[in-house]
Design a protein. Structure first.
Length: 91
């Protein structure tokens, strides 16, 4: 895969930027996220997290199972509990 391929579309982070982050010491998905912002866009990593993990595993010669799962942010705004429990907007 070419280093100019965009991995994180939300933040426009390329494969080359992720590889560079790993070469500069990132050893977890969160480490890559902190160095590049990959996974911090609107989708919160739903689109790019798996690709980022694959690159990280390949660059560090580890399996995907050996990688720590990333942390997730809580919702930015308050939500009614009914939205979380029932999945609808009528709380």
């Amino acid at each position: 895969m070419d280093d100019d391929v965009i991995i994180c579309r939300c933040e426009e982070i390329t494969r080359g930027e992720i590889v560079k982050a790993v070469q500069n010491g990132a050893r977890t998905i969160d480490g890559v996220k902190k160095r590049t912002r990959a996974g911090m866009g609107l989708c919160q990593g739903k689109t790019c997290q798996r690709l980022t993990a694959q690159i990280l595993a390949a660059e560090t010669h580890r399996s995907m199972a050996d990688l720590l799962p990333p942390t997730f942010r809580p919702p930015v705004r308050p939500l009614r509990i009914g939205i979380l429990t029932r999945g609808d907007g009528d709380a």
